[in-house]
Design a protein around this ligand. Structure first.
Ligand SMILES: Nc1ncnc2c1ncn2[C@@H]1O[C@H](COP(=O)(O)OP(=O)(O)OP(=O)(O)O)[C@@H](O)[C@H]1O
Length: 252
């Protein structure tokens, strides 16, 4: 099956001269869960911006649904900051993408209610962001991303600011939502453990310049159970990724 999105020998140099990405090639297929993992500054967010169509490559080719102008809603983004409108209810925040697409509140209500039920916020539709915990804000942000039923979900360290318990719960819920959909997910994280727990493949990146230094397949079936986190297999994969990260830092 052809990839849903791909980077082919991509360089990204910013106006200030920084070479953020050098010769990066990667591909994500339909309904894959792939993580980008690497140290601060290795270009993970730059990759997401290229794939989201928010920026252009200096060299090489980027192919993604967001770049096909007929299907802008095919790609949705979730960031570490939930970026909710503070003056609007949870319902109105989640309605936003459908509203921009021209759907009235009444037309959108069924879909918004369904996605709020999915993320566990059905009872908070009329609450405002200030009334929500950090985890609930992130649930609302994910609901807003999912409401238009995108094909690709780009997530940039979405759970990095949450406590460990909430993060693990959201990891499990995200896998559940992903499995119940046809979504492809490209997930950026600093956490080796999170990348291994969630992903089918982990792309390990090195810095200066940003590049992919290793690709690790996590051959563990879904649904993944919390016990996977303490298994020998899990620790073995984490060690391998840790070594790849260390080697890339020595080399850079
Ligand atoms: N708009 C920009 N203009 C100039 N340089 C930039 C810009 N955006 C990013 N950079 C530089 O490009 C490099 C890669 O940045 P990027 O944010 O993609 O890395 P990252 O791996 O996502 O980092 P972090 O994990 O800290 O978020 C860094 O050296 C950064 O300073």
């Amino acid at each position: 099956m052809p990839p849903l999105l791909s980077l082919d020998h991509v360089d990204k140099r910013y106006a200030n001269g920084v070479l953020a990405l050098h010769d990066v090639s990667l591909a994500v297929g339909p309904h894959e869960f792939v993580s980008l993992l690497g140290p601060s500054g290795c270009g993970k967010s730059s990759v997401l911006r290229l794939v989201a169509g928010l920026d252009g490559a200096t060299r090489g080719n980027v192919s993604a649904p967001a770049l096909e102008r007929r299907a802008p809603a095919d790609t949705a983004c979730v960031f570490q900051d939930a970026t909710l409108m503070p003056w609007a209810s949870v319902f109105d925040n989640v309605w936003l993408p459908l509203r921009i697409a021209g759907q009235s509140r009444a037309q959108a209500a069924e879909r918004v209610d369904a996605v709020l039920r999915l993320v566990g916020l059905a009872d908070f539709a009329q609450a405002h962001p200030a009334e929500l915990s950090g985890g609930m804000k992130m649930r609302a942000s994910i609901a807003r991303a999912l409401v238009a039923q995108p094909r690709v979900l780009l997530m940039d360290e979405p759970f990095a600011a949450l406590d460990e318990f909430t993060r693990q719960k959201l990891n499990d819920d995200l896998l559940h939502w992903w499995q119940a959909s046809t979504l492809a997910v490209l997930f950026v994280t600093h956490s080796i453990y999170e990348a291994v727990y969630l992903s089918q493949r982990v792309l390990v990146m090195g810095a200066r310049p940003g590049r992919v230094v290793d690709e690790v397949v996590v051959d563990e079936p879904y649904p993944r159970r919390p016990a996977f986190r303490s298994s020998d297999r899990f620790l073995h994969i984490c060690q391998r990724i840790g070594q790849a990260l260390e080697a890339s830092q020595v080399a850079s």
